[in-house]
Design a protein around this ligand. Structure first.
Ligand SMILES: Nc1ncnc2c1ncn2[C@@H]1O[C@H](COP(=O)(O)OP(=O)(O)OP(=O)(O)O)[C@@H](O)[C@H]1O
Length: 576
């Protein structure tokens, strides 16, 4: 909690001003019953009009001060809480950006979204409330008691006898509430998780007519959220009646004892009225307190979830001694006895793999599904670290370079063409920070998407829907290739990125790539693509089964021959 609260530091002056204003309001509130006692005892009961005017005028003056202090306090509270929320959200977003894939395994995306939105909002609201009323309630209770003692010690003693019990009760409620609201936030994660999956997979759901199934899955998550929230709120709901009951008992005690003492003349009427007034205010403060406790319990659960993200150690960082002058100069790639397994798994995705790709060469990678092709790719821009051996670029271990220097020279086109909402131009330009329009057009032409873009309603300015929903699979693939080409990379990694292209377009694309002097690695299922490469790597179960040119593999590899024959047969059937 303290870690989250430390984000209030830059706003400490505003916090202090807000607190002073809140104390001003509180001071006025506490003085009011005393002034009322004066009006009754020194004015009304002795028929002294000038005393009534004097104390009444003071009361009105104080009320104006309290009003002004309240308004200005609200401005400050809103400013501080919103700025605080902004800063925490920014910090979490930046932290998540630096997460490794192992870190992402720890937090599902839906949970991170809930933490960045709902959890931060809970804390933000609590900060606002703290500056407006949270401290007022306890201070009003303490101040009310002090003032009650000032007015009449005996009556105040009766009033204060119940206070310790109430505090113990409230602390218990707060601890219990913390646990219960943690559960609520976890259920909210689940609801967001189902919602997210459903929205991203809506086409599939419609195609498989799984609407009812998804609705019931959502209803289950939603129901659990409701149940947990009701349970958490139940404890809060009983809090207020318990507080009111105990406080009302003490008020009855004050009235009874006061009436007895009135007869003996030890207590004045105005004093009884003032004490009852303080008791009412303390009761009101306690009921605010129960509400605050609910918010505070929730905020505590939320802040623990935020701190969990903030304190997650990142396991893939630049080495302290990483040389910032090192980077990809030519693009020669070397795998030396590389071993790799995904974090938390036992099986090796890459098993003692060694090969070299010379600068400017084009390499095709072939292999059955799950044979380790994508895993091999991910080790080059250091999306994961190897568990054994080395990945060298231009003779340097990738771990010796700064990740930024390494990655900015690599154009990576992942298997799933992922686009962002925004224009076509923005999506291609995303690959290079300072890409000019000429760069973008050139990349689009080379990726064989230029003609398609020209036919779009607003050409390069055409807005793409989320994930590029308004484009075909092949168009998305070519746009993401253009995004990689625009940065003129030294190393280009195409992960089955031409699978949706027809042979003619693919041939043109491969031809255009020759003008780029980069080292190119292409994962492909098509022998026709592999044939164009300088070298082919054939993978099986994470191992490099064999390597060579198309002709040499036809002579030496049984598996390659099988793939070649099956694809040739298929093609001749297609053309028949
Ligand atoms: N994030 C991950 N966590 C754990 N295991 C993984 C992960 N990604 C892949 N694997 C496992 O690693 C192995 C290699 O997967 P990889 O994605 O590299 O295969 P691939 O050859 O690219 O397959 P495909 O052609 O289907 O894309 C598989 O056994 C797979 O189950």
């Amino acid at each position: 909690m303290l870690k989250v609260i430390s984000y209030l530091k830059p706003y400490r002056i505003a916090v202090v001003i807000a607190l002073i204003l809140m104390l001003t309001e509180l001071g006025v509130e506490l003085v009011q019953p005393l002034l009322m006692a004066k009006i009754i005892d020194d004015g009304i009961l002795v028929n002294n009009l000038s005393a009534v005017m004097k104390w009444g005028g003071l009361m009105i003056g104080f009320s104006f001060i309290a009003f002004a202090a309240g308004v200005i306090n609200s401005f400050y509270a809103a400013h501080v809480s919103q700025s605080f929320g902004f800063d925490v959200r920014k910090a979490i977003f930046e932290k998540v950006q630096s997460f490794s894939f192992a870190n992402f395994n720890q937090f599902p995306a839906s949970s991170l979204i809930t933490r960045m939105t709902n959890d931060i909002t809970q804390i933000q609201n609590t900060v606002f409330m703290s500056l407006r009323i949270m401290l007022r309630a306890p201070l009003l209770i303490i101040g009310g008691l002090v003032m009650a003692f000032v007015v009449n010690v005996k009556l105040a003693l009766i009033l204060s006898a119940v206070i310790p019990f109430l505090f113990v009760f409230l602390i218990w409620v707060m601890n219990k509430g913390g646990e219960l609201f943690k559960n609520v936030q976890e259920r909210l994660d689940s609801v967001n998780g189902v919602m997210r999956e459903t929205l991203t997979g809506i086409r599939l759901i419609k195609a498989f007519i799984r609407r009812k199934y998804e609705v019931s899955r959502f209803a289950k998550a939603n129901g659990e959220l409701k149940d947990r929230t009701v349970t958490a709120l139940r404890i809060m709901e009983v809090t207020m009646p318990v507080l009111l009951f105990i406080m009302n008992l003490s008020i009855i005690g004050v009235l009874w004892f006061g009436s007895v003492q009135l007869n003996t003349g030890e207590v004045k009427v105005g004093e009884v009225v003032a004490i009852v007034n303080y008791a009412t205010r303390i009761t009101a403060a306690f009921s605010i307190f129960s509400f605050i406790i609910m918010a505070f319990s929730r905020a505590r659960a939320s802040s623990n979830r935020i701190v969990e993200v903030m304190e997650t150690p990142i396991d893939l960082l630049d080495r302290r001694d990483a040389d910032s002058s090192l980077g990809v100069k030519e693009g020669k790639i070397e795998f030396k006895d590389v071993m790799f397994q995904y974090p938390g798994t036992e099986a090796s995705a890459i098993d003692r793999m060694s090969f070299t790709v010379q600068q400017g060469q084009t390499i095709a990678i072939l292999g059955a599904t799950g044979s380790g092709k994508t895993s091999l790719f991910q080790l080059i821009p250091r999306l994961y670290d190897v568990n054994g051996g080395q990945v060298l670029i231009d003779g340097m271990d990738v771990r010796e370079m700064r990740m930024e220097n390494l990655r900015k020279q690599i154009g990576y086109v992942p298997q799933e063409a992922l686009l962002f909402s925004g224009s076509v131009k923005e999506n291609i330009g995303w690959g290079k920070e300072d890409a000019s329009m000429e760069d973008i057009i050139e990349a689009a032409k080379d990726a064989q998407i230029y003609d398609t873009i020209k036919k779009l309603p607003n050409q390069f300015e055409t807005k793409l829907g989320q994930k590029g929903v308004n484009l075909s699979g092949g168009q998305k693939q070519r746009l993401s290739i253009a995004r990689a080409l625009v940065r003129k990379p030294k190393i280009l990694l195409l992960d089955d990125s031409t699978s949706a292209l027809d042979r003619r377009t693919e041939a043109k694309l491969l031809q255009a790539l020759k003008a780029y002097t980069c080292t190119t690695l292409i994962i492909t299922q098509k022998i026709s693509t592999a044939m164009e490469a300088d070298q082919i790597l054939l993978l099986e179960n994470g191992r490099l089964l064999t390597k060579g040119t198309h002709d040499s593999l036809l002579e030496t590899s049984k598996l390659y021959n099988e793939i070649f024959s099956s694809q040739s047969r298929e093609e001749s059937r297609n053309y028949a």
